[in-house]
Design a protein around this ligand. Structure first.
Ligand code: BYC
Length: 338
């Protein structure tokens, strides 16, 4: 007898009730999923998973992928104006890496059953979010160094725990991404260090860039835990391992001594070591500004989206040509096989 499940025995040679047991019930699948999560195991694309887990991952991974490719724009803007061949080579490699990160992440999201076309459609129509940080302009060459030092620094802090995310493809993509981000962060720091050993104008340029980016980087970690609707469930599922506020605190504590080495001031009069807590206290973050930017009202939101949409439209002929080539190859292979 054929059913959807081939391991259901025929009635004649099976004990009563056996057929029912052979097809796992949703609650059994849920129990297995919960057990894997509780044991800190990995969920793989072919495993059963609750719809809400799948949806959360598609949301987070696709938004992360969008952040990587939109993140290419503010720095890509400086490739043609890098101050030396060495700096240009480093910047080209870094921006290219970000494109690669986007591709790993789109591939990881595809294993959950969404398509690249769907994800791009969500980005281009403004439905999908991407990191707030990329809606600010890179005004001077020092901004490129500060993006490497602080933006990539914040990104690594957020992404190291994602290497232990419960969803296998995302966790594995993050391991490689973090290795590359660590190079990005160090190249930014090194570029700033050499500017800080330069002229008074160069030093002032670095300080100005730090002043403009510091608060935006703190907001990158997302809203405070108390206002973060996705955190509790994300932590329960082992997608998020450390909360938004705790990651923000770790980033501040790690960055303060780096700023001292560089010789720059972080623009927060309330920033000071609290021996009792064993952490730095900091001043209030402007969450109204953060939400305005997330909701499309930042200084560069329209420009960033328009650039991505144009790149997509301009690339139509490449996608058409690749598909035509693949079709021809398939036809040739069929003819040869016939
Ligand atoms: N910007 O409940 P919450 C990079 C949204 S790229 C915009 O805490 P969750 C790099 C959030 O999506 C770095 N939106 O959410 C590339 C949610 O809205 P929805 C990108 C933000 O998911 C090139 C709502 O606020 N990294 O490294 O638990 C050059 C409530 O938040 C932001 C990632 O994407 C934000 N900053 O936690 C250089 C990492 N923050 O979706 C560098 C992966 C929050 O419900 N993502 N929102 O409509 C994550 O770790 C988490 O998704 C977040 C947010 C910590 C960002």
């Amino acid at each position: 007898m054929y059913t959807q499940s081939f391991n259901v025995p025929d009635k004649a040679d099976a004990p009563p009730g056996a057929a029912l047991k052979a097809v796992p019930h949703d609650s059994a699948l849920q129990a297995h999923f919960d057990a894997v999560i509780d044991a800190d195991g990995k969920i793989e694309p072919r495993d059963w998973m609750p719809d809400a887990y799948r949806k959360t991952l598609v949301r987070q991974i696709s938004q992360h992928a969008h952040s990587e490719i939109v993140g290419m724009l503010p720095e890509g803007n400086w490739i043609s104006r890098a101050p030396s061949l060495k700096r240009k080579t480093i910047l080209v490699a870094k921006v290219q890496d970000e494109g690669g990160h986007g591709l790993y992440l789109y591939s990881a999201a595809e294993t959950l059953g969404t398509s690249r076309d769907q994800m791009f459609d969500a980005l281009h129509s403004g439905k999908a979010k991407y990191s707030s940080i990329f809606n600010y302009p890179t005004l001077t060459w020092a901004d490129v160094g500060v993006v490497g030092w602080l933006v990539d620094g914040a990104a690594i802090m957020n992404q190291i725990p994602l290497c232990r995310c419960s969803f296998g493809p995302y966790a594995r993509a993050m391991i490689r991404v973090c290795k590359e981000e660590s190079f990005h962060q160090r190249q930014g720091f090194e570029a700033l260090l050499s500017m800080m050993q330069g002229t008074a104008e160069q030093k002032a340029m670095v300080q100005d860039a730090v002043n403009r980016w510091w608060w935006k980087c703190l907001a990158m970690f997302g809203p405070p835990d108390a206002d973060s609707p996705n955190s509790v469930q994300g932590m329960r599922w082992g997608i998020k391992r450390i909360s938004n506020d705790d990651l923000r605190q770790k980033f501040i504590d790690a960055t303060v001594p780096q700023a001292e080495v560089l010789g720059v001031t972080l623009p927060d009069p309330d920033l000071k070591w609290n021996a009792e807590r064993g952490h730095h206290d900091h001043g209030p973050i402007d969450w109204d500004e953060f939400w305005a930017v997330v909701n499309g009202d930042g200084p560069c939101n329209k420009e960033r989206l328009a650039t991505r949409v144009k790149a997509w439209n301009d690339g139509q002929w490449v996608r058409d040509a690749a598909l035509a080539h693949a079709r021809k190859q398939e036809e040739r292979a069929m003819k040869e096989a016939a």
